[in-house]
Design a protein around this ligand. Structure first.
Ligand code: XIL
Length: 399
């Protein structure tokens, strides 16, 4: 059997050998291809990039960020850090170039929220934040951790128990794992977010615990969850600045509660180093109210940061783009705020915008950002770059 198949193989090989020109070259093809006399000059084919359209033309498919030649981070280098949000989309252009040119710190919009960090109990998802940290470290950008304890985007198990000890263990475990994993790499954490109720005045006896929002953590642990969160975070990274972060902080009623809470906690030795005023304003915001709160919080001896700034155009209509009048009106509010922030540079560590282009903002219907959807800077950008000049040019210098 073996010798028969060997014979068959020999005959086939002989046949192929004869056809291929008696072994003159190593080709096994039956139709020999003549060698070209001169080697062909290779014509370089451009690598298709994500920006190139399918038709093969080099015309960019989507918007491109054209360098402006100025940088907000540089303009404020002597005052405070200038930040924006990070999403995984920040890793690719045009967002990437914009962020690198304009900002020197980032806050993850969603990827570090409790439900993202610990999607199922005991399982921590570090992949997306790891990529953010790598991007930030390669580009000399600082990172803010947002957020550890919140009533939203916190999954179905964290704090969702009537067993107090179990809830404390969950709190400790979440904070220790998340903060500990990035020890030394995150400059500040929003440890507790939005824990104070709206419209609940501080009682005459100063008991701020009566003004806390009904959350899963308040129900399961009681008001102490706040101080525990700060202590766990501090143990996990003693060098990180730890913040209490909230919205409507220019509302006097809420500001007084936060003031009392932070004062009380600090007197008890709780490691709380900063107050974050989110800054989701609209074009009717009272600059005076913002100043009052910055002043009040600064007097506590803590850092103050504007952590999520965006200014909605109150009369914008979602179906139309902004009119020139609306853009300028929004820009003037931004300019007034930045003029104020500059005056408090000794207390303000950072001003972070909650978004870059309007269409990606969580309040996109009100056009609150500094960049248009095609990545060109709006009036607001120039207003912030030099607020005094912008206000003077628009006849509001004396305000
Ligand atoms: C927002 C994000 O921008 C949205 O993408 C998400 O759907 C909801 O949360 N206060 C905060 C931020 O502390 O985390 C919120 O961010 C906006 C309000």
């Amino acid at each position: 059997m073996k010798s028969r198949s060997f014979l068959l193989l020999l005959i086939i090989s002989l046949f192929v050998f004869m056809l291929s020109g008696c072994g003159a070259d190593n080709q096994t093809s039956v139709t020999p291809t003549p060698e070209p006399s001169t080697p062909p000059t290779p014509t370089p084919t451009p690598e298709p990039s994500p920006e190139t359209s399918d038709s093969g033309s080099n015309k960019p498919k989507g918007p491109v960020y054209e360098p402006i030649g100025s940088s907000l981070a540089e303009a404020y280098a002597d005052y405070f850090l200038i930040g924006t949000i990070y999403t995984p989309n920040t890793l690719v252009d045009p967002e990437r170039s914009l962020v690198i040119e304009q900002f020197n710190c980032i806050t993850p919009e969603n990827i570090m929220k409790p439900e993202s960090m610990q999607p199922s109990e005991g399982y921590f998802a570090f992949t997306l934040p790891d990529a953010m940290l790598k991007f930030a470290e390669e580009n000399n950008i600082k990172v803010i951790g947002h957020t550890l304890v919140w009533h939203q985007q916190s999954g179905r198990f964290l704090g969702q128990t009537s067993d107090r000890e179990k809830a404390i263990e969950q709190l400790r475990n979440h904070i220790t794992n998340v903060v500990g994993n990035y020890k030394g790499r995150i400059m500040a954490w929003d440890v507790v977010n939005e824990a104070v109720k709206d419209g609940a005045p501080l009682p005459a006896d100063g008991d701020w615990t009566k003004c806390l929002r009904e959350t899963q953590w308040l129900r399961s642990i009681g008001p102490d969850y706040i101080e525990m969160a700060f202590r766990f975070a501090h143990e996990a990274d003693p060098d990180a600045k730890l913040y209490y972060n909230d919205y409507n902080m220019n509302d006097e009623v809420k500001a007084k509660v936060v003031h009392a809470m932070v004062k009380d906690l600090r007197a008890k030795g709780v490691p709380i180093h900063g107050i974050g005023m989110q800054g989701h304003y609209d074009t009717n915001v009272s600059i005076e109210s913002v100043e009052k709160s910055i002043k009040m919080f600064s007097e506590l001896g803590v850092e103050v940061s504007i952590t999520e700034l965006d200014i909605s155009v109150n009369d914008a209509s979602v179906s139309k783009s902004l009119t020139e009048e609306q853009e300028v009106r929004q820009a003037i509010v931004y300019a007034k705020l930045f003029k104020l922030f500059k005056q408090y540079k000794d207390n303000i560590v950072r001003v972070t915008f909650w978004g870059t282009i309007d269409s990606k903002s969580w309040r996109r219907d009100k056009f609150p950002c500094l960049f248009r959807n095609d990545y060109t800077p709006k009036e607001a950008y120039y207003a912030i770059l030099d607020p005094e000049k912008y206000l003077a040019e628009h006849g509001v210098a004396e305000e």
